[in-house]
Design a protein around this ligand. Structure first.
Ligand code: KG4
Ligand code: ZN
Length: 338
C-alpha cells in the first residue's frame, strides 16, 4: 500500500509517499517568510501552505511515479489550527476525489514513530523523546497507539528555548540550527547555566497553583531567563560561548531524564524525534550513553517532514483504522488518544 502523507502543522509544507519498501518520495518546502519575524506567524504560514500544497502533492506523486496513492494521510494536529486545516482539507478532498481511504495523523505520534522508518527499527517497548518547537515529552511506547508519558516540560519546549535564546543572540529563526553551529566553536563550560533539579520542579507553581509533577519532568524557562540576564551583563561571554553553555545545560537536562527513565522502566531502547533531535550534541551524547541502544533518525526525519506522516498513517491503515472525511483540525491532541 502506497500512502501519500501531507504535513502543514507549522512552517513546513511537506508531502511524501511511503510504501512497503519505505520512503518513495519526499518533498519539503520550508517557509522562509518567518525569518524576518524571529518566529512563525500563523496567518502567513497558512497562506504559504495554501500556495504550495497542490504543487507539493504533484511533485511527491511524480517522484514516486504514481498517478494516485492507495490512501491519503494528513496531519490533523496538534499545531497551528489554520495551518493544519490547509493540509487536512486538501488531503480529505484528494481522498474523496480518488475514492481512497483517509486517515488523520497525530503530528506527535508521527515524530514518536519516525525512528521505525530506519533499520534496525526499535522493537516495542521503547522510549521515545519527542523534542520539537512546541513539545518536549518522553514517552514509553508499548505498542502502536499505546504511549505512556514519563516526563514532559512544565513550561517552554526545548525548541522554543532554542528559538528564544537565538533571538536574544541575534541569530534569527529557526534558532536551533544556528545555535547548534555556533556552539561547536564555543566553550560549554564558559557560563554555568542552571539545570533545574527535580525537587525544585516538584514545588513549582503555575498560575498560583501548586502542581503535582512527575519527578522526571523538565523546565526550560529558568534557563532561558538565565541566558537573558547573562547577555545583559557588560562582562558577558562571547556569543559562541553563551550558545555552547546554553546547549550543554539543555542537553544535560534531556539526557538526565532519559537516563532516569531507562533505570525506572528497564527499557534501554531509546529513540528521539522532533526538530531538536537534529541537534549535534544531543545526537552524539545519546549515542555515547552507556547501556542504551540509541535509535536516531536522519536529521531530515527529525524536523517536520511528510514521510513521518505517511508512515504513521500507513501503520494506522494497516491496523485497520481510517477516519471519516469530516474529521477536523485539533490544536491539542495527546498521542494515542482517539
Ligand atoms: O519538529 P519541528 O520541525 O517542528 C515542530 O513540530 O515544532 O521542530 C522545530 C524546532 C525549532 O524550535 C528549531 O529551532 C528546532 O526544532 N531545531 C533544532 C535544530 N534543528 C531544528 N534545535 C536544536 N538543534 C538543531 N540542530
Ligand atoms: Zn514537529
Amino acid at each position: 500500500m502506497n500512502v501519500l502523507g501531507i504535513e502543514t502543522s507549522c512552517d513546513e509544507t511537506a508531502v511524501s509517499v511511503v510504501g512497503p519498501e519505505g520512503v518513495v518520495s519526499d518533498i519539503i518546502h520550508s517557509q522562509a517568510i518567518h525569518n524576518e519575524y524571529g518566529r512563525v506567524v500563523p496567518e502567513l504560514a497558512s497562506r504559504a501552505h495554501a500556495e504550495r500544497v497542490v504543487v507539493a502533492v504533484r511533485a511527491a506523486l511524480a517522484e514516486a511515479g504514481l498517478e494516485r496513492p492507495d490512501a491519503v494521510a494528513a496531519t490533523a494536529g496538534p499545531g497551528l489550527v489554520g495551518a493544519v486545516l490547509v493540509g487536512l482539507s486538501h488531503g480529505r478532498a484528494l481522498a474523496a476525489g480518488w475514492g481512497v481511504p483517509f486517515v488523520a495523523v497525530n503530528h506527535l505520534e508521527a515524530h514518536l514513530l519516525a525512528p521505525l522508518l530506519d533499520s534496525p527499527a526499535p522493537e516495542y517497548p521503547f522510549l521515545s523523546l519527542v523534542v520539537s518547537g512546541g513539545h518536549t515529552t518522553l514517552y514509553l511506547a508499548r505498542a502502536m497507539g499505546d504511549y505512556e508519558v514519563l516526563a514532559q516540560t512544565i513550561d517552554d519546549a526545548a525548541g522554543e528555548a532554542y528559538d528564544k535564546v537565538a533571538r536574544m543572540l541575534g541569530l534569527g529563526y529557526p534558532g536551533g540550527p544556528a545555535i547548534d553551529r555556533l556552539a561547536a566553536q564555543g566553550n560549554p563550560r564558559a557560563v554555568a547555566f542552571p539545570r533545574p533539579r527535580v525537587k525544585e520542579l516538584r514545588a513549582s507553581k503555575r498560575r498560583g497553583q501548586l502542581i503535582q509533577r512527575s519527578p522526571l519532568d523538565m523546565s526550560f524557562s529558568g534557563l532561558k531567563t538565565a541566558v537573558r540576564q547573562h547577555v545583559a551583563r557588560p562582562d558577558r561571554a562571547r556569543t559562541e560561548d553563551v550558545a555552547a553553555s546554553f546547549q550543554a545545560a539543555l542537553v544535560d537536562v534531556l539526557l538526565s531524564r532519559i537516563e532516569k527513565a531507562v533505570k525506572k522502566t528497564g527499557v534501554s531502547r531509546v529513540a528521539i524525534g522532533g526538530g531538536v533531535a537534529a541537534n549535534s550534541e544531543l545526537r552524539s551524547r545519546l549515542l555515547a550513553l552507556q547501556g542504551v541502544t540509541a535509535h536516531i533518525p536522519p536529521r531530515s526525519r527529525c524536523t517536520d517532514n511528510g514521510a513521518m506522516i505517511a508512515h504513521c498513517g500507513r501503520l494506522r491503515l494497516l491496523a485497520g483504522q481510517r477516519d471519516p472525511l469530516d474529521v477536523t483540525a485539533r490544536s491539542g491532541w495527546i498521542p494515542g488518544e482517539p
